[in-house]
Design a protein around this ligand. Sequence first.
Ligand code: NAX
Length: 340
Amino acid sequence: MDAIAPVTVTITGAGGQIGYALLFRIAAGDALGPDQPVRLRLLEIPQGMRAAEGAALELQDCAFPLLRDVEVTDDAAVAFADADRALLVGSRPRMVGMERSDLLAANAGIFAPQGAAIAANAAADVRVLAVGNPANTNALIAAAAADGIPGERFSALTRLDHDRAVAQLAATLEVGPAQLQGVTIWGNHSATQFPDIDHAAVDGAPVRAALAEKLGGADAAAAWLDEVFIPRVARRGAEIIEVRGSSSAASAANAVIAHVRDEALGTRAGWTSAALVSRGEYGVPEGLVCSFPVTSDGTGYRVVEGLDLDARARARLDASVAELAAERDAVRELGALPRS
Ligand code: NAX
């Protein structure tokens, strides 16, 4: 009998490349802490079952002290039974010639039934993170289908974008990532996202001023932010595919670990970024799953309110929010969301 009750974590798409980089770190205690026993439930479609079963054998071979058991299944009711955390990684990738509406429809067909299966089977206080793309809208679809589970328990992953932004700034300023605070990803996990440094500090001093000093003036810093930094962060996924030949996997898994860890154990200094169901913060229409600056005291992420957005920031956030609203309207047309 464990002194601390095990936490059940369900991972969908567990046989995929992010799954393979994620499972072992959860089992090692990186997400929920070094004293927290875990049970893993791996959900796959029939084509992915062998890969997930292979990963389960390897998990056993690690003899992780915190890992209580692993179950591999293609039945969502079994996978989400008593789940405390659901990490929705599996999704339909965009294939050549696929229209955006086809992609949204294919993923609505995955995330709506999974939302319903979570509501029917998971623990009453389950928390759900959508990773599979389009992550924000997939979280919206799952939340809408999960009758009885408050929207605040759903989030979508923008921590990889956040960490990419911190890393690019750290490299340019020639400082360590831990010296930077207050970076924010706003909006959608897509090319319209807005990586924002206007409230960021390096060793307590404004990042904008530090960039101006490093790059030869305020105009040079502004040009670097708009022409280099923002596009590089927003298109980093494509850059990784070009160089590596396949999409980000270990860095994405690391971001999932960081998102869950900070949500469960609390953000320490400053804030991080996550996409949450809007309650109207910063004028983002209620119900959209939008990335915001967030903190957690260990009981769930909350939006950091009260930051000033200038006209440039407002326009960038509005553009990304318009894309989120268009995605929501498209899935509503497909019947994957209740008509409000
Ligand atoms: P892979 O194609 O390697 O793995 C996906 C796995 O999901 C496959 O094993 C597949 O069999 C499984 N799957 C498909 N439909 C399923 C269903 N209905 N139920 C359970 N499993 C199902 O993709 P991978 O590289 O692991 O990426 C997974 C998802 O993460 C993709 O949608 C990808 O676009 C997204 N990403 C999201 C990121 C983010 O920051 N939000 C960054 C990384 C990544 O691009």
